[in-house]
Design a protein around this ligand. Structure first.
Ligand SMILES: O=P(O)(O)OC[C@H]1O[C@](O)(CO)[C@@H](O)[C@@H]1O
Length: 544
């Protein structure tokens, strides 16, 4: 049975400490230590991380580090990098870090030369991407590809689309990508109805190649293509490629394995866009920039693997999340990128963190008696400022937030970027230090309005500042959050690499589909509420 962290002396010391410091204000912490803004910072690759505006003292940090040592975080990190089967409920290694190692790295896992396999696929992807980008790869009627449609869902969509949007400034070809994920037919319709089938390439991405949404969309896309081209099945080879771990299922679908790019069961879906799952991204930005992104990931991996916990930024950020979640009662965590290009980053992080950490039993199956995964959410600044920041500043909820910004813009217009980033700095300062009653009164504010204008402050933030949003810094950011997630999972003793909780709904959807069409009677509904809803649905669709 694994250690219940909440029964350890280290956890209990944190609980006692939380009671002591709960009301300590960031104003006082900064006043007591003028060096705090420099001391509580660190650098990982290009990312400057300032965690000084968190509600922690040096003692808090030492206690959190002691908890990490107690649960064996260092040992767990080594186990992950070595390819041990740390995904216990699926008995699998967890080796997304191997996807970004340089060619000369040595890593053999379960008898497999992992590095050689990774680079073999990367080389095939690069060769294919060059052919498509140069126009050498032609569609069935001899025309070059202009649009790539990625069909996938979850990890087979969120990573590629997030990175495609993030690296917009680095797309340098005539190729544009679209992403179809939802089984809502409007998604496929919307993304294909105005396309020229002669110049369209579908990349069907599914780790399992059994996901209902993806296979349904892919079949429809194939039907659309053949119908529009007026062609037979032979056209599929020029317009469909697959990314999967299952060669047999790809073959069964009708895609030639020669047009398949593989990966391995030791890559979780939400940890996969730096594998062949990122093929659409590579088609858009080219193999060289894709490689730069992988190097960015790797730089943070090396930091996470080799740096003592007291200076290990992903570990420290993970521990801060544990602090708020388990000792100060926070329920959610905001991620606020000051970059419009990162507008899908919070959605991407939702899968990474919430599919990983939304568990209520430990790895050995025993129930947890403490809070696990927090709710991650966010929107780019400054848009969020005009929507939900009011609650961050004056609401009753504690919402720790990460601010992510870049000194150099990807495109600037006059001094807009300076104005933009001044909001980043202003918000984090306002959240931390607020504005007191006395300061507001001194401005001559009418007495009855004063309480409404008081800004309590003491709202914790971590600032991540990088020189510029590039393929490398994007890779660094993603690896940072992967390892933050890992750290939290290890502290709580859960398996952050499985996702059994999504299965039941999938099975039930398959069982219910014939009730919606009328092929099965309503009596087969699982409960009276669902029966009534389906009955209404059927009548609104004109079905008896
Ligand atoms: O890549 P696949 O096998 O189609 O799975 C898609 C997604 O579905 C999930 O299994 C959840 O339903 C995710 O973990 C995964 O990223």
């Amino acid at each position: 049975m694994s250690t219940d962290p909440s029964t350890t002396a280290e956890w209990q010391a944190l609980q006692a400490h939380a009671d002591k410091v709960r009301d300590t204000h960031l104003r006082d912490l900064f006043a007591a230590d003028p060096q705090r803004g420099e001391r509580l910072t660190g650098q990982v690759a290009d990312l400057h991380v300032d965690y000084s505006k968190n509600r922690v003292t040096d003692e808090t940090l030492s206690l959190l580090i002691a908890l990490a040592e107690r649960v064996g975080l260092r040992r767990q990190i080594e186990a992950m990098f070595a390819g041990e089967h740390i995904n216990t409920s699926e008995d699998r290694a967890v080796l997304h870090t191997a996807l970004r190692v340089p060619r000369d790295f040595q890593l053999t896992v379960d008898g497999q030369n992992v590095v050689a396999d990774v680079h073999e696929v990367l080389d095939r992807m690069a060769a294919f991407a060059e052919r498509v980008r140069s126009g050498e790869w032609r569609g069935h009627t001899g025309k070059p590809i202009r649009t790539v449609v990625n069909i996938g869902i979850g990890g087979s969509d969120l990573g590629p689309v997030m990175a495609y949007e993030a690296l917009k400034a680095y797309r340098d070809t005539d190729i544009t990508c679209r992403f179809v994920s939802n089984i809502d037919p409007t998604d496929l319709y919307d993304k294909t109805h105005d396309l020229d089938p002669e110049t369209t390439l579908f990349v069907v991405v599914s780790k399992t190649f059994s996901t209902l949404e993806t296979l349904t969309n892919a079949k429809e896309a194939r039907r659309w293509l053949l119908e529009k081209l007026g062609a037979d099945e032979s056209a599929v080879a020029k317009h469909f490629v697959a990314v999967s771990t299952s060669e047999q299922r790809v073959r069964d679908f009708g895609i030639d394995p020669a047009n398949m790019f593989g990966f391995w069961d030791w890559v979780g879906g939400r940890y996969s866009y730096d594998s062949a799952v990122g093929l659409s991204l590579m088609l858009a930005i080219g193999p060289e920039r894709f490689r730069e992104m992988l190097d960015g990931f790797h730089a943070v991996d090396e930091h996470f693997r080799a740096t003592p916990i007291e200076r290990n930024l992903p570990a420290l950020m993970g521990l801060l999340n544990v602090w708020y979640n388990n000792f100060l009662g926070a329920q959610t965590h905001a991620v606020l990128p000051y970059s419009q290009y990162l507008h899908r980053f919070p959605a991407y992080l939702q899968q990474l963190t919430m599919e990983s950490l939304g568990k209520s039993v430990r790895a050995d199956g025993t129930p947890v008696t403490y809070q696990t995964g927090e709710i991650f959410w966010g929107e780019p600044g400054t848009n969020g400022q005009h929507a939900f920041y009011q609650l961050l500043h004056q609401g009753t909820k504690l919402v720790p937030a990460d601010f992510i910004g870049f000194s150099e813009p990807n495109h600037d217009i006059d001094a807009m970027h300076d104005l933009f980033m001044s909001n980043f700095f202003a918000q984090t300062a306002a959240l931390a230090f607020g504005k007191t009653k006395e300061e507001i009164e001194a401005e001559g504010t009418p007495a009855e309005v004063v309480p409404h204008k008081v800004m309590p402050g003491n709202r914790p933030t971590t600032s991540i500042l990088a020189p510029k949003l590039t393929p490398a810094t994007l890779g660094q950011l993603v690896a940072l959050y992967e390892h933050i997630t890992f750290t939290e999972g290890m502290i709580w003793g859960i398996d952050p690499f499985d996702q059994w909780g999504v299965e039941l709904g999938k099975v039930m959807a398959n069982q219910l589909a014939p009730l919606l069409t009328g092929e099965k009677p309503l009596d087969a509904a699982p409960d009276p509420s669902t029966r009534r809803l389906i009955e209404l649905y059927r009548s609104q669709r004109g079905r008896a």
